[in-house]
Design a protein around this ligand. Structure first.
Ligand code: BGC
Ligand code: NOJ
Length: 798
């Protein structure tokens, strides 16, 4: 039932064939520090570096209809006004398509013999969007019509832009030239940046004052000036500045015309802010207009964008018998990994770009999806994250990309956080062999003078767990672990408090986490392996200490964390079990099954197989594995936010896709290919059958799919920015297809149903290129390929 579109794998595009998708289906543009979100009807916004502090376009949250605000083109052809992307006018189109590609979106609408194709993209290394508008007269008669552009400026700070009207409505300022409109609010004082919307030919009219363009009582769907075929030539002073250009155009039958719009952002040094008093220095903007505002410039920029993605997506490719697998691995999963790396959990159609910056645990996990693609940036990210750590190993839960300074806006004291730094660093070094990162000097809390090596940061991360053990020798949970809704020390009965930031009563708490225990064992082993590598050559006594702590933790899990059929989830503040058959609700949780089986705790005694069987029996449903079961049916003050969600949603028994790969990896490590594959297919969007039910984009993973207890099981939410991207990538690339980067080579260790067991992989690994043909017959085994620069062709039978 592919109702709304289809994949075009050769073009690496998803093609949407009707505009009224069940929810805006979006794409991202940008590769460096200028980023854009764009929906299939051209809604969305852009920003430079920071979605909160450097927001360029205004976007309306909670608007009706939703997805209001974007880059809209209006065409007035006779009495008919329409948009190539259908919205906002929603005039029925004769033809519509939206191609979401790698870093670009192309929307085409056709109406009454006029075709308008708009290509939107952000050139690599540039701080602008290009909008290439190609108009073609497909009719047999000459056509005269008008084209209007429209964007609405955000007054930079996306948060105060929505609140501080007493000031905002007086500050707006613009400048207008014959081919460009400049937005310079607050530039007169402390800002050194402005935005502009220019075009490749002079316009015939313009507006920069929103109400003059719209009319006081009209919406985006009926701008007064467009309806009357005029422009107000308005210059905004305060109120709400916009940019709209008007062009009066005539096309002969079959003729085409192209216009190139550049929506850009400029930062000027303080001494070069002004050209003359009050007039902004437009030189950088003019240079961008010259560079990109022509057919040759825009084409070259688009070719550079294609080359950027071609290069990245040629580093790991698979050719298998399963097209859904190939398109996920070769295109969309890697693409989504890049996007989550750029944005962490900040800006999507579910994250406002205002509340959340770069998460400590989130960004570390995201590294697992991109180290093979952009290792240099992974390196920098690790150092940025580590610099938000405190001397005791704890850390800020997030930092703001603009300042790189940590903050407690979404809480702090999550005791899993430090371990993710080991996870991210290990992933980076295994991919790159760059051990030198361990010697980089990194401060604490960004305070100059406090620098120690990254290796020291890893040591104190490890120690943060051993320094914070509970009564059973298991890790104390702190504010929460990975599941930041299992708030065992929070006890909130005040609806005005956020579970994430309210007081955290850790004093005297007995709350321990089996998820952190599993993570500690897995990462502790990785850490010991790293320390023992000749390139690190750490003091053997310290390595022994790490190994001993891991062994002690394993013992604690087996003694106090095993419930009989599965791993317990936690102990609460008072030391009572959570995730046990003894509980009425929340008898079993996914996180501890995933982490303890990935850590192979008690594997020899059969605990892992039992836990994986229990996950299948109790957590698996039609659409994936739910987080816990039975769902909590009422609010439990001792547990916090998890029980605040209705049954089947989010952390309360939703299919929280992020953690499904943990179980899948656990299955793969146990050599259980059929179960691993079945779980993988259930959460992977390329296999989604019912697009209307899934609601969100069928080309990216979502954070959460409603679980079996929900009102609408199978409905997806929180698409795009989720750790699911990096984890499914790790899961499919390393554990199903079995290509595992190691410090000195690659371990080939597949686990996939024998029916799909023959496939080819192309893998770039450091300075080497490997063409592998793998035949996997279900025999759980491995093959080590030592790293050697150059090209290698290998056939591997397992
Ligand atoms: C959500 C979590 C999220 C947290 C972040 C909670 O409301 O359920 O998924 O990580 O907020 O602050
Ligand atoms: C989403 C958050 O971004 C992530 O950090 C957290 O681990 C999950 N929610 C689970 O609660």
């Amino acid at each position: 039932m592919n109702l709304f579109g289809h994949f075009d794998d050769a073009a690496r595009e998803y093609v949407i064939t009707r505009p009224d998708t069940p929810w805006p289906w979006i794409n991202y543009m940008g590769t460096d520090d200028f980023f854009s979100l764009i929906s299939n009807t051209a809604g969305g916004y852009c920003f430079c570096r920071d979605a909160k502090f450097r927001r360029i376009l205004r976007y309306r949250y909670n608007g009706v209809p939703m997805d209001a605000g974007g880059r809209y083109f209006y065409i007035k052809d006779g009495e008919t006004v329409w948009n190539p992307g259908w919205k906002p006018c929603k005039t029925p189109l004769d033809a519509y398509s939206c191609h979401h590609g790698m870093g670009y979106t192309r929307i085409t609408g056709e109406k009454d013999g006029l075709r308008a194709e708009v290509l939107f993209f952000v050139p690599p290394g540039a701080r602008c969007e290009i909008h290439r508008v190609r108009l073609t007269n497909t009719s047999a008669a000459r056509k005269s019509f008008q084209l209007y552009s429209f964007v609405e400026w955000c007054l930079w700070n996306a948060s105060t832009d929505m609140e501080n009207f007493q000031r905002n409505l007086s500050t707006g300022e613009v400048e207008v030239e014959p081919d460009a409109i400049y937005h310079k609010t607050e530039y007169r004082e402390r800002r050194d940046h402005y935005a502009f919307y220019g075009v490749s030919r002079p316009f015939d009219g313009f507006d920069t004052d929103r109400e003059t363009f719209m009319g006081m009582y009209n919406g985006f769907d009926a701008p007064q000036q467009v309806l009357s075929g005029t422009s107000g030539d308005s210059v905004a002073h305060g109120w709400s500045p916009i940019a709209s250009h008007r062009f009066d155009l005539t096309l002969e039958p079959g003729a085409s015309e192209e216009l190139f719009f550049v929506l850009g952002y400029v930062e000027n040094p303080p001494e070069a802010k002004f050209e003359r008093p009050g007039i902004i220095n437009k030189k950088p903007a003019r240079a961008m207009l010259e560079k990109y505002g022509t057919a040759a410039g825009a084409d070259a920029a688009f070719a550079a964008l294609k080359a950027f993605w071609d290069d990245l997506l040629s580093r790991y490719t698979v050719a298998s018998a399963v097209p859904e697998l190939d398109r996920t691995v070769n295109i969309w999963n890697q693409y989504q990994c890049m996007i989550t790396f750029f944005f962490s959990r900040s800006a999507s159609y579910f994250e406002s770009g205002i509340g959340r910056g770069m998460g400590f645990r989130d960004s570390n996990q995201d590294l697992a999806g991109i180290c093979h693609l952009i290792p240099e940036r992974a390196r920098q990210r690790i150092l940025d994250i580590a610099a938000t750590q405190f001397p005791d190993g704890g850390c800020y839960h997030q930092y703001q990309p603009l300042t790189k300074r940590g903050n407690n806006d979404i809480g702090g004291g999550f005791n899993d956080d430090p371990l993710w730094l080991i996870f991210g660093t290990v992933a980076y070094i295994k991919e790159t062999g760059d051990f030198s990162i361990l010697q980089e000097q990194v401060p604490f809390d960004n305070k100059p003078g406090t620098e120690v090596s990254l290796l020291e940061h890893l040591k104190i991360s490890f120690a943060h767990v051993t320094d914070n053990l509970g009564p059973h020798g298991l890790p104390l949970i702190g504010r929460a672990d990975w599941n930041d809704c299992l708030n065992l020390n929070c006890f909130s009965d005040n609806p005005d408090e956020s579970f994430q930031t309210t007081e955290n009563k850790t004093e005297g708490s007995k709350a321990e986490s089996l998820m952190i225990a599993g993570l500690f064992v897995a990462e502790g082993r990785d850490f010991a392996e790293l320390l023992a590598h000749p390139a690190v050559a750490t003091d053997p006594a310290y390595i022994e200490k790490v190994r001993a702590a891991v062994a002690t933790m394993e013992k604690a899990v087996k003694t106090h964390g095993w419930d009989g059929e599965w791993f317990l989830r936690a102990y609460d503040y008072y030391g009572r079990k959570i995730g046990s058959h003894e509980n009425d609700e929340g008898k079993i949780f996914i996180e501890s099954q995933g982490w303890c089986t990935m850590a192979r705790i008690g594997a020899d005694e059969g605990l892992c197989d039992k836990a994986l069987d229990a996950a299948v029996k109790h957590l698996e449903c039609e659409h994936g594995l739910v987080l816990n079961t039975p769902a909590y049916t009422r609010y439990i003050k001792d547990y916090g936010e998890i029980s605040s969600y209705p049954q089947g949603y989010k952390e309360n028994a939703g299919i929280f896709c992020h953690n499904n790969p943990w179980v899948i990896i656990g299955e793969a490590m146990a050599g259980r290919a059929d179960a691993a594959w079945r779980h993988y297919c259930k959460i992977t969007p390329a296999f989604t059958k019912d697009q209307a039910l899934r609601k969100v984009e069928p080309y990216v993973f979502c954070q959460m799919v409603a679980g079996k207890d929900a009102a609408r099981p199978g409905e997806g939410k929180n698409s795009w920015l989720t750790g699911t991207a990096a984890w499914t990538w790790k899961c499919v690339s390393e554990f199903l297809l079995g290509i595992k980067p190691q410090y000195d080579g690659m371990l080939i260790e597949p686990c996939i149903p024998a029916a799909y067991g023959t496939y080819k992989i192309h893998r770039r690994f450091r300075d080497a290129e490997y063409d592998l043909t793998i035949h996997y017959t279900g025999r759980h085994g491995s093959h080590f390929i030592p790293y050697a620069p150059g090209r290698h062709e290998l056939e591997i039978n397992l």
